[in-house]
Design a protein around this ligand. Structure first.
Ligand SMILES: NC(=O)c1ccc[n+]([C@@H]2O[C@H](COP(=O)([O-])OP(=O)(O)OC[C@H]3O[C@@H](n4cnc5c(N)ncnc54)[C@H](O)[C@@H]3O)[C@@H](O)[C@H]2O)c1
Ligand SMILES: O=C(O)C[C@H](O)C(=O)O
Length: 356
């Protein structure tokens, strides 16, 4: 009969053949583990980033490594995770970092995770809409969410990959098929719209953006991004020209960055900042902190649509309460009609992708 160590050597040889760079990483880290005195794992949450080597993934990995609520950080991508992992792991912060490369390691990356953040997928180039990314990103999101359903069905999922208005319904259908769907645990990340709205409104009002809170509802593409300027805190009023300027700038903030980057991708740094702001709110909710309210694109009964972004209350189970829209003015009601029309089509497109 084969001994355990022979079996382990054999597995290692096969793994070396399949994934040489990552095996190197594993060998190095097991040598390092043997050189380190044992210590208990820091208390905290286990977080996986899928697409960790990308434009968003890298700064997001850096910022999550700095988050004191994170004890274990798994970095997964189909390319370049050994380098990103080695780099981020040298930061002298608490989280233990592990890298995972390629589909064969997806399940290991996901097992035991409390929160999975997904920025995997292709970004826009000038002239494209977010919906133009559907054909590539829909399949990527499906595969990754199948992994979540298999390996960490209770994890919260923060979905960043575009088009969010369709990828969130895709994820929901994957989880339904797997029998693991919990609407409270699936959150489309629209935080960048809020971050931009706070910045642009603060500029107009001459305030510090950290003092400004602008609810942004609807979805995450063009006219579906609906800033509620009548509900800005601190309470303020805008001229009709300011409302037109701000609404247009917030709805087209993504395109502004895509054009400025001129073919080199879309927002990555501000997105990583927004993703961490949102993930941190989710983790504080999981920890049991009270009064954590953020905007997110979630399963919703606020309108007749099955998904809609509004403020949600985050708690131990994810989006525990979906908050109502609040009073809208005439301009916002007209915007809502346009937003719902486009959203309905994008949601249906996502659902049909899985159901077809
Ligand atoms: N929700 C938002 O507000 C928001 C904001 C900015 C960008 N985005 C979207 O985020 C996505 C990523 O943008 P980016 O700039 O980081 O792109 P990028 O191309 O720089 O990085 C994407 C990463 O995903 C990886 N990837 C591809 N297929 C994968 C798979 N099957 N499994 C795991 N990883 C995979 C790639 O290898 C790459 O490292 C795009 O779809 C973009 O439109 C969303
Ligand atoms: O605009 C994009 O394509 C990326 C992202 O959705 C954004 O809003 O910056």
């Amino acid at each position: 009969m084969q001994s355990t160590s022979e079996a382990n050597q054999r597995i290692a040889r096969i793994a070396a053949h399949l994934h040489p760079p990552n095996l190197q990483m594993e060998e190095n880290s097991s040598l390092r583990r043997s050189m380190c005195r044992a210590k208990g794992a820091a208390p905290g949450f286990k977080v996986a980033i899928l697409g960790a080597a990308g434009g968003i993934g890298q700064p997001l990995s850096l910022l999550m490594k700095m988050n004191p609520l994170v004890s274990v950080l798994h970095l997964y991508d189909v390319v370049n995770t050994p380098g990103v992992t080695a780099d981020v792991s040298h930061m002298d912060t608490g989280a233990v970092v592990r890298g995972f490369l390629g589909q064969a390691q997806l399940d290991d990356a996901l097992t035991g995770m409390d929160l999975v953040i997904i920025p995997a997928g292709v970004p826009r180039k000038p002239g494209m809409t977010r919906d133009d990314l559907f054909n590539i990103n829909a399949g990527i999101v499906r595969t990754l969410c199948e992994g979540v359903a298999r390996c960490c069905p209770k994890a919260l999922v923060n979905l960043i990959s575009n088009p969010v208005n369709s990828t969130v319904p895709i994820a929901a259908e994957v989880f339904k098929k797997a029998g693991t769907y919990d609407p409270k645990r699936l959150l489309g990340v629209t935080m960048l719209d809020v971050v931009r709205a706070n910045t642009f409104v603060a500029e107009v009002l001459g305030l510090d953006p950290r003092e400004v809170d602008v609810p942004v509802v609807g979805g995450h593409a063009g006219v579906t991004i609906l800033p509620l300027l009548s509900q800005v805190k601190p309470p303020c009023s805008f001229t009709p020209e300011e409302i037109t300027y701000l609404t247009d700038r917030i709805q087209n903030g993504g395109t502004e960055v895509v054009e400025a980057k001129a073919g080199a991708g879309s927002a990555t740094l501000s997105m990583a900042y927004a993703a961490v702001k949102f993930a941190d709110a989710c983790l504080r909710g999981l920890r049991g902190d009270a009064g954590i309210i953020e905007c997110s694109f979630v399963a919703s009964q606020v309108t007749e649509l099955p998904f809609f972004a509004t403020k949600v209350r985050l708690g131990r189970n994810g989006a525990e309460e979906v908050l109502p829209l609040g009073p809208l003015n005439e301009y916002e009601r007209a915007g809502l009609v346009k937003a719902k029309k486009e959203l309905a089509e994008s949601i249906q497109k996502g659902v049909s992708f899985i159901k077809k």
